[in-house]
Design a protein around this ligand. Structure first.
Ligand SMILES: CC(C)(COP(=O)(O)OP(=O)(O)OC[C@H]1O[C@@H](n2cnc3c(N)ncnc32)[C@H](O)[C@@H]1OP(=O)(O)O)[C@@H](O)C(=O)NCCC(=O)NCCS
Length: 90
């Protein structure tokens, strides 16, 4: 979530989250996970202020899924090549 810099520290973030949480409660949601950069001290202070507690043992990993690229050499048949092979032959 984000609040325009010019309007930060005016309780807008707190009010915005409160509204979201009311709706999540109505929908039966039992846990909310806030995801932010580890060095975003402002965001971490904000989330703590609105009731989130750190779960430092939790590590969040990501993997970008790469799909094969379709190539059609002149006069040749369309082939599917993995992006990393494409990069190597370009
Ligand atoms: C994080 C963010 C949404 C907070 O919105 P906001 O409207 O400024 O926050 P609020 O005014 O509702 O602050 C509520 C409480 O959070 C804490 N807090 C908020 N911003 C803070 C900051 N920069 N430093 C320390 N504490 C902060 C304070 O305890 C604050 O209460 P207080 O003002 O009475 O001390 C806003 O700073 C923002 O948009 N940041 C950039 C985007 C971002 O980092 N988003 C989160 C990552 S997902």
């Amino acid at each position: 979530m984000g609040v325009d810099e010019a309007f930060q520290r005016r309780n807008l973030g707190r009010r915005l989250y409160k509204k979201l949480e009311e709706e999540l409660l109505e929908d039966g949601v039992r846990m909310v996970i806030a995801d932010t950069e580890g060095d975003n001290e402002e965001a971490i202070s904000f989330f703590k202020a609105i009731g989130f507690s750190p779960r430092s043992e939790h590590i969040w990993l990501a993997k970008t899924l790469r799909r094969p690229v379709k190539v059609a050499p002149k006069g040749g048949r369309v082939k599917e090549i993995l992006p990393e092979i494409m990069e190597a032959i370009e």
